[in-house]
Ligand binder design. Structure first.
Ligand code: FES
Length: 157
């Protein structure tokens, strides 16, 4: 069960975009920005408010990969494993971060909800490879040591 404040926030966001079916994507994007994920309860709630079926809202949200139904950490680290980054050794960076954060392919978010670690196929910054991002800030020419240091800095922040 979500707290009432989540529904109040959703109402505010719905109001800012207008309660119409065409506003579904901007509304759920704003909800995801607010909470760093899209709580399934709020997706159902928004569908009701916009008078569209839950199934329809769900299929829209699952069609776009960047919607997540799982809570994510305060810092979302994305390690690029596109071709340019891969050949410049992105995997050792990823492995070092898994070790540093106690995460794995199966467990993407730390228990303290500080970090989520993901891979992406290309961040569009191949000239800066290997690249990772933290909450969309780009860190170029990374190394395993630099990535570990970055995590330590963020922990202290
Ligand atoms: S392959 Fe990593 S930014 Fe393009």
């Amino acid at each position: 069960m979500l707290e009432q404040t989540y529904y109040d926030k959703a109402d505010e966001i719905i109001e800012s975009h207008g309660a119409k079916a065409a506003s579904l994507i901007p509304i759920i994007q704003d909800i995801q920005t607010e909470y760093r994920y899209l709580p399934p309860e709020l997706l159902s709630y928004v569908a009701g408010k916009l008078e569209i079926s839950e199934a329809k809202a769900y299929s829209v949200a699952t069609f776009y990969e960047n919607f997540s139904f799982e809570p994510k950490g305060k810092y979302i680290i994305k390690v690029c494993d596109g071709t340019a980054c891969h050949v410049r050794k992105s995997i050792p960076i990823l492995e070092r971060l898994y070790t540093e954060l106690g995460l794995s392919k199966e467990k993407a978010t730390t228990d303290d909800m500080m970090f989520t670690l993901e891979t992406v196929s290309c961040l569009g910054a191949c000239g800066l490879a290997p690249v990772l991002t933290v909450n969309d800030k780009v860190y170029p020419a990374m190394t395993p040591d630099a990535a570990a240091e970055l995590v330590r800095e963020l922990r202290g922040a």
